[in-house]
Design a protein around this ligand. Sequence first.
Ligand SMILES: [Zn+2]
Length: 106
Amino acid sequence: MTAGPDDAGPAAPTAVPCSRCGRPVGLGRGEGYLVDIRAVADPTPPVFTGDDLSADATREIQRLLVRLRGMSPRRVADQVYRRRLFCLCNACYALWSADPFGVSRT
Ligand SMILES: [Zn+2]
């Protein structure tokens, strides 16, 4: 038995909504951009003072563990790394790329 057109499973999407305005962005038509934003916590090794080094590290570790117990794994992960993907139509991409932080808005 061969698979017919009805057995092909769900069709691949031909458009996705713009993350900003909601208008459909046709895939494979040059109608938009995939914006991939990654945020990483400061990767610089921490700076320790003499006071830090003379402090009781065990006590500090226990304090941090207590603090982490009340947080979801997702929230902990979001504090060190976060990735967001957006699909923007060409018009919204032009606005976003000209002012990604929205600082020129009044
Ligand atoms: Zn848009």
